[in-house]
Design a protein around this ligand. Structure first.
Ligand code: FAD
Length: 705
């Protein structure tokens, strides 16, 4: 139709929940043009996900807003386990255990809670800022009240005569009536005269608590623009599309993909209340198992709020497997909570949000189309119970994994073959999550065992053990990506990934490394496992002695990093090794020079960072380190931000980084790090050829441009 306006964009993101906003923020940081649409007219204001694991905070820090989240969130320090009290004849509960909420020493961040609406706010501010910084102009914001109506991928996506914008998406602005999307099960019915957050005209739930001034100002403007767009259609031609449109994903259905799995019989209610109670651990995270009335989880929140997850034993699914959610009221949910917490008393005057859900554990059979042009992330490809606090985290981490790959391929920096690693890496994480959730939900929803002979009941020892293991899993820090051209470790990339023919075909020529060779390389940095995120310890800037958590130097800006552990740079033999490594880096045909676009700075695609282990006060930046490690710029002089030392600081102790990374203090090693902070390769200073090959597999180098 000649009437319909048509335009091009590098990336179209469908859905502005946590996964979509993470994709948008990452692309803004990478300076890649994108648009983001959402059917809802407003963002979320309260409720839904709230738990933020350590890895999500590390990621927020790489985008520049972890400090805002940390400041507002509630910090959870301890988990208390409450079980039936044998002394009170199964009528009461008692505290049986305490464990730290985050396993000590895992990360510089600990698990915290803050509701999804605030996280979305921080994302929106971050995107607006970086969109401007990137030179992409003022950001037009999430285009709200807009849905996709048709999606077509042209046949010419693979090889000869390939179109630059091969994905055609027709968009339509929703009319006033259509856009009044209501949040499920939110309302004041059945609250028995208690106060509740305001319900807006469009059915969205508004908290009475907290600072929402900016949200409200912006909302007026968003509603106005959405109304203006109502009924309009347009066609957008895209290089790539990322579908982050939640559990009922339109994009997933447009690709013809199914979610495999099923709903369980467990029905849970959720309430965010300000509790009035004599229960002693109401400001701790608690897992409470009553003898006969079900289980409850307590999550202390910001603004005096507490979230209760309550098992509803009275509500059961019908023959079709679905529970009638209209029967579920706050009074019913809260009655169950009061019984579970007996003999302690609990009541409330203010409820901020409530809902009920039936646990379903499902995963999509594929995360992208065959040509790797349309991708799915977040709830669009996996759903599970919210109690382990994983939904928002894993969803954001999906698009954090994907966006830099799509962005760098769209910019012509990386070869399209890296795109297949999205599915091979993230589908496995989603599957692990669902396996974990199945075990965790069963243990949580089960009745406590009466004694060792009670085979049907859940043993509380088993539960505690699962909780401890679950905490490690839930930190997000044990994700370990399988072999691919981005992760050099033994095994067949396709088998390690999702095993599909697609990943085998698109992966490109796989590397091969034997178990034995790999073990030798990995031993050079035992604390930096290949495939896992680069852990953080404090080091000092050589030039100014300021302590830095090393991860703070691994911001998401699309750059790969080579971390040179230069060892004892003052020992003559070691100095010579470092010099030789740097000579090769600096040589005219090196991968570093070929990766750098003409006229760009030498660190624009691959940045080299150094950590040495000699005494800071005996070492001189300009005298002891080759120029390539602190490049010179005619306008700005030497770069003082790239060389660090593992030494004692004046005010913040000793990070002992070499010991923690498992690197030899005399001889050091070299580590290649992906833009998302995952370790891709480990080798010796003499393994320069292998390092070069690592980058040659996926970077578009000068002689290939
Ligand atoms: P979503 O947050 O669902 O975002 C999808 C976005 O896409 C939405 O903004 C939607 O409006 C938009 N969209 C949908 N269809 C279209 C379309 N056709 N066109 C354009 N836009 C579209 N997780 C926890 O960890 N703890 C909890 O307690 C918890 N409670 C929850 C309670 C409820 C009621 C719900 C719904 C979810 C809850 N979750 C919880 C899950 C958590 O919110 C999700 O896992 C997380 O939001 C997933 O992020 P996402 O971006 O993938 O999807």
């Amino acid at each position: 139709n000649a009437e319909i306006p048509e335009s091009n964009v590098d990336v179209l993101i469908i859905g502005a929940g946590p996964a979509g906003l993470m994709a948008a923020s990452s692309l803004a940081h990478l300076k890649v043009p994108f648009r983001i649409i959402d059917r809802r007219r407003t963002k979320i204001f309260t409720g839904q996900a709230d738990g933020l694991q350590c890895r999500s905070l590390e990621i927020f820090d790489s985008l520049g807003f972890a400090d805002r989240v940390k400041k507002e969130a509630n910090h959870m320090m301890e988990i208390c386990m409450w079980n039936p009290d044998p002394e009170s004849g199964e009528q009461g509960i008692r505290r049986s255990d305490r464990i730290p909420d985050t396993i000590v020493g895992l990360s510089r961040f600990q698990q915290i809670v803050l509701h999804q609406g605030r996280i979305e706010r921080f994302f929106l501010d971050n995107i607006a800022k970086y969109h401007q910084v990137a030179g992409l102009g003022p950001w037009r914001g999430v285009e709200r009240g807009v849905v996709p109506e048709a999606l077509e991928i042209t046949a010419k996506t693979d090889g000869e005569g390939e179109e630059l914008y091969p994905v055609r998406v027709k968009l339509r602005g929703l009319s006033e009536d259509e856009a009044g999307v209501k949040q499920v099960n939110v309302g004041a019915e059945g609250l028995g005269g208690k106060s509740v957050g305001n319900i807006g005209g469009d059915g969205m739930f508004r908290s009475n608590l907290g600072d929402h001034e900016k949200d409200e100002e912006e909302e007026e403007e968003m509603m106005k623009r959405a109304r203006e767009r109502g009924g309009e259609t347009e066609v957008v031609n895209c290089k790539y599309v990322i579908g982050c449109d939640g559990a009922r994903s339109w994009t997933r259905r447009a690709l013809g993909f199914e979610l495999d799995g099923e709903a369980t019989d467990f029905i849970w209610g959720v309430m965010d209340i300000i509790p009035i109670t004599d229960f002693p651990d109401i400001r701790m995270r608690c897992a409470i198992h009553s003898a006969n009335d079900g289980s409850l989880m307590v999550i202390p929140r910001e603004n005096r709020l507490v979230r209760l997850y309550i098992q509803l034993k009275e509500v059961t699914p019908d023959a079709s497997g679905r529970a009638d959610r209209s029967k579920i009221t706050p009074a019913l949910i809260f009655g169950a909570a009061q019984r579970i917490m007996h003999p302690y008393k609990i009541d409330y005057e203010h409820c901020d949000w409530w809902t009920a859900y039936q646990i379903g554990q499902r995963i999509a059979n594929s995360f992208s189309d065959d040509a790797n042009r349309v991708f799915l992330a977040g709830d669009a490809v996996h759903t599970h119970s919210p109690k382990a606090g994983q939904g928002m985290n894993v969803s954001m981490q999906d698009s954090y994994n994907l966006a830099w790959k799509v962005g760098l391929v769209a910019k012509g920096i990386c070869k399209p073959s890296i795109l297949s690693t999205y599915q091979s890496e993230r589908r496995r994480v989603a599957q692990d999550l669902i396996d974990f959730d199945q075990k965790f939900s069963r243990l949580f929803s089960g009745r406590p065992a009466k004694d060792v002979m009670d085979a049907e009941g859940v043993s509380m020892e088993e539960f505690k053990d699962a909780f401890l293991k679950g905490n490690l899993f839930a930190s997000g820090l044990i994700v370990n990506y399988g072999p691919s051209n981005l992760v050099i470790k033994p095994g067949d990339p396709a088998e390690q990934g999702d095993g599909s023919e697609k990943s085998r075909r698109l992966e490109g020529t796989p590397h091969s490394i034997t178990e034995e060779e790999f073990a030798k390389k990995q031993a050079l940095a035992a604390g930096l496992p290949v495939g896992m995120r680069f852990n953080s310890f404090k080091v000092l800037n050589q030039a100014c002695a300021r302590p830095w958590h090393f991860q703070e130097r691994l911001k998401l800006d699309g750059r790969f990093r080579v971390v040179l552990f230069a060892g004892n740079i003052l020992a003559p033999g070691q100095k010579e090794r470092v010099q030789k490594f740097c000579d090769r880096l600096n040589a005219p045909g090196s991968f570093l020079r070929r990766a750098t676009p003409r006229g760009a700075k030498i660190d624009s695609v691959v940045e080299v960072l150094t950590i040495h282990s000699a005494k800071r006060t005996e070492t001189e930046l300009l005298r002891d380190f080759p120029d390539i490690l602190h490049p010179f710029d005619p306008h700005y002089g030497w770069d003082y931000s790239k060389v660090f030392v593992d030494d004692v600081s004046y005010h913040e102790g000793f990070g002992d980084a070499y010991k923690n990374y498992g690197v030899d203090k005399e001889r050091g090693c070299v580590v290649a790090v992906r833009p998302d902070q995952y370790v891709g390769w480990v080798g010796d200073l003499e393994d320069f050829g292998e390092l070069e090959q690592y980058f040659e597999r996926f970077l578009v180098l000068a002689n290939e441009q």
